[in-house]
Design a protein around this ligand. Structure first.
Ligand code: GRF
Length: 212
C-alpha cells in the first residue's frame, strides 16, 4: 500500500478531492496524515471527518525557516510515505526540505505556469485582461512555483468574472487533474530526472502533458 502525506493551510477543497479519489480507488494509496501550519484550516476538519490523522505544526516558536522545516520533515517521516502532496500549503520551503523529498513532492498552483508564480494569480489574470487562465500541477523544486510542469488545465475568463468566481472555476479543474497526476507518480509512470518531468519513458514538454 502506498501512502500520501498532504500538507495544507486552509480550505482543503483539493484535499477533499484527494480523499474522495482515494476512496473511489482513483488514487492507489491512502492518506497517512494531513499536516497544516494553521490550526484553523478547514481542511483539518475534512480530514478528521474522513478518519485521517491530522497534525498542526505552528511556525510560532521556531527561530528560522530551516528549524521549522526540519521539524516538519521529522513529523512527516513518522508516517509511511510515498508522495508528499502540497494542497494549498502557504509556506515557502527551504532547499534542504525540497532536496530531501525531490521527485516525491507535488504542488498545484493556480495559474498557467510560468505565468504568475506566487500569490494573487486570479487577480493578475483579470487585471491583465487575459482570455484564459488555469492551473498547473508540477514537481516541487528549489525555485518557487518553478518546478517542471506535469499537467495543466485551462479555463476561459468571462467579462463578468471576479476573483472568487475565477478561483472556483480553476479549483474545479484542480480537483480533476491533481488526483490523476498523483496516481501517475504512485504507479511509476511519472518521474523527475535532472529537473525534467518524464511520463511513460518520455520527457514532458515545458507546459506538461499534451501541451504540444
Ligand atoms: C488552490 O487554488 C491551489 O492551486 C493553491 O491553493 C489553493 C488551495 O485551495 N495552491 P484548497 O485549500 O485546496 O481549497
Amino acid at each position: 500500500m502506498k501512502h500520501l502525506v498532504v500538507l495544507i493551510s486552509g480550505e482543503g477543497s483539493n484535499l477533499q478531492a484527494l480523499i474522495d479519489a482515494c476512496q473511489q480507488g482513483k488514487i492507489a494509496a491512502r492518506i497517512a496524515a494531513v499536516i497544516s501550519h494553521r490550526a484553523d484550516a478547514y481542511g483539518l476538519t475534512r480530514a478528521a471527518t474522513a478518519g485521517i490523522e491530522t497534525k498542526t505544526l505552528n511556525p510560532v516558536g521556531f527561530a528560522s525557516r530551516e528549524d521549522y522545516d526540519r521539524a516538519l520533515a521529522a513529523l512527516i517521516d513518522r508516517y509511511p510515505l510515498s508522495v508528499i502532496v502540497l494542497a494549498g500549503f502557504m509556506r515557502i520551503l527551504t532547499s534542504a526540505f525540497v532536496e530531501r523529498y525531490a521527485g516525491r513532492m507535488l504542488n498545484v498552483h493556480p495559474s498557467l505556469l510560468p505565468r504568475y508564480p506566487g500569490l494573487h494569480t486570479h487577480r493578475q489574470a483579470l487585471a491583465n485582461g487575459d482570455a484564459e487562465h488555469g492551473t498547473s500541477v508540477h514537481f516541487v523544486t528549489d525555485e518557487l512555483d518553478g518546478g517542471p510542469v506535469i499537467l495543466q488545465a485551462r479555463v476561459p475568463i468571462f467579462a463578468q468574472d471576479d476573483e472568487q468566481i475565477l478561483a472556483q472555476r480553476v479549483k474545479t479543474q484542480e480537483h480533476a487533474i491533481y488526483p490523476l497526476v498523483i496516481n501517475w507518480l504512485l504507479t511509476g509512470r511519472l518521474s523527475l530526472r535532472d529537473n525534467v518531468a518524464w511520463l511513460d519513458g518520455a520527457p514532458l514538454p515545458a507546459a506538461g502533458y499534451a501541451a504540444d
